[in-house]
Design a protein around this ligand. Structure first.
Ligand code: FES
Length: 425
């Protein structure tokens, strides 16, 4: 139980680098941040009918997400109750039961243990098969086509956890009444770097855009003059809340970098009537966002992603392309390719970001680097209710959401989790 009060000073915008490198803090993070928070699992369209499933992770825990016979979405720990083998090794598919490949224990879509080879070998007086079903998450819910779950039976409802953040998410995921879908499968890659470096940047960091992505912006610039003309010092807002959620977006009409067929697809008058002018000019455009702790998205690219922790020094990045169901095939293709070119594993922006995070991680284990605090002071004290965007917002160029991301992280790290309270009883 490490007290992290001295490592994160969100009031003064200071963060100790050991939170990215220390194995003990990483283990505590699994037990207190990932075990207690709502975590992103996937998109509802990945499960069409009973028996469809996909596998993913909640923190480092592997999980099966499936649709049971009644059509309910459920998530189970992907670990057999016998010797702990992974019950499902496939990324996705359709099945009538989950059968472990080690000794053949079999579970139904509701997680019940339904078949045990050589079952008469178990002592009749004490063996109760119903006690050995798959471990199910405590709560699962969907919002705007996204599936989230938590191990925490006491977690506040997902809608409450999102609060005002949902207003910003709707600008991306509720553009028409047909809703969204995902195309092109899930793109996955491994990156050296602590998962928080990525989650933090997507929540708070517009600041890096002009420098880190200068070359990429030149390529995409409508005038060919690059970032200075279209994007430098652009006005915008950054939202943050006490749950650690954050999003930033420019509010300048020329800051758009949509794929042209996607831009032409939209009826901006209808969007304005549905979402309001403030959302169409702001969070619908070239923004960035993180839902605490490790789900992020980019509205203009149609990119949603999760940063899976794989030890303090490594993450796995999983990304999807999200589209409005109403888009034609041609527009869908344009958006998918645009997302891959910009934020796929070899995308012109993704490459810049990944290199920054890996570079930071590579030098963070030195004694000297690890003992000098990092600066998160930009825009300190500028947070306000601006009367236009809900919740607390600051200037676009700000670390406000970063301070609150680490503030929330530290709060959870310093609070015994629900399972620790259960153990101490
Ligand atoms: Fe699954 Fe033995 S580990 S049946």
């Amino acid at each position: 139980d490490i007290d992290v009060s001295g490592l994160v000073d969100s009031r003064n915008g200071l963060v100790d680098r050991s939170i990215f490198t220390d194995r003990r803090l990483y283990d505590q993070e699994q037990a207190r941040v990932f075990a207690t928070s709502w975590l992103f699992l996937g998109h509802v369209d990945q499960l069409q009918k009973a028996g469809d499933f996909f596998t993913t992770y909640m923190g480092e825990d592997p999980v099966i997400v499936t649709k049971d016979k009644s059509g309910r979405i459920r998530a189970f720990l992907n670990s057999c109750r016998h010797r702990g083998a992974r019950v499902l090794r496939a990324d996705y598919g359709t099945t009538r039961a989950f059968t472990c490949t080690y000794h053949g224990w079999s579970y139904d879509l509701e997680g019940k243990l339904i078949s045990v080879p050589n079952e008469d070998g178990y002592p009749a007086e004490s063996w109760d098969r119903s006690e050995w079903g798959l471990q199910e998450v405590a709560q699962l819910d969907t919002v705007l086509g996204l599936i989230f779950a938590t191990w925490n039976p006491k977690a506040i409802p997902l809608d409450e956890q999102l609060g005002d953040m949902k207003y910003y998410m709707e600008a991306f995921l509720d553009r028409d009444s047909e809703g969204t879908t995902v195309v092109g499968g899930i793109t996955k890659w491994v990156l050296k770097g602590n998962w928080k470096l990525a989650a933090e940047q997507f929540g708070t960091d517009w600041y890096h855009v002009n420098m880190s992505h200068a070359s990429a912006l030149m390529v995409l610039s409508p005038t060919g003059k690059g970032p200075k003309a279209e994007i430098a010092n652009t006005p915008g807002r950054q939202f943050s809340d006490e749950h650690g959620n954050g999003t930033g977006f420019p509010t300048h009409p020329k800051s758009r970098f949509d794929a042209l067929p996607v831009h032409q697809h939209y009826d901006y008058q209808a969007l304005t009537e549905r979402l309001g002018e403030a959302r169409v000019h702001g969070p619908l455009t070239t923004g960035h966002a993180t839902v605490f702790p490790n789900f992020s998205y980019l509205p203009v690219n149609g990119s949603i992603r999760v940063w899976h922790p794989k030890g303090p020094d490594e993450m796995e990045v999983w990304t999807w392309t999200v589209l409005d169901k109403s888009m034609s095939e041609e527009v869908r293709t344009a958006q998918r390719l645009y997302n891959l070119r910009t934020f796929g594993p070899s995308g012109i922006f993704e490459q810049d970001d990944g290199e920054n995070w890996s570079e930071i991680q590579a030098i963070s284990h030195g004694w000297r680097t690890n003992t000098i605090p990092l600066n998160y002071q930009m825009g300190m004290g500028s947070e306000t209710d601006d009367g236009v965007y809900p919740g607390s917002t600051s200037a676009l160029y700000s670390d406000a959401a970063g301070r609150r991301f680490y503030g929330r992280w530290a709060e959870l790290m310093n609070t015994p989790a629900w399972h620790e309270e259960e153990q101490s009883r």
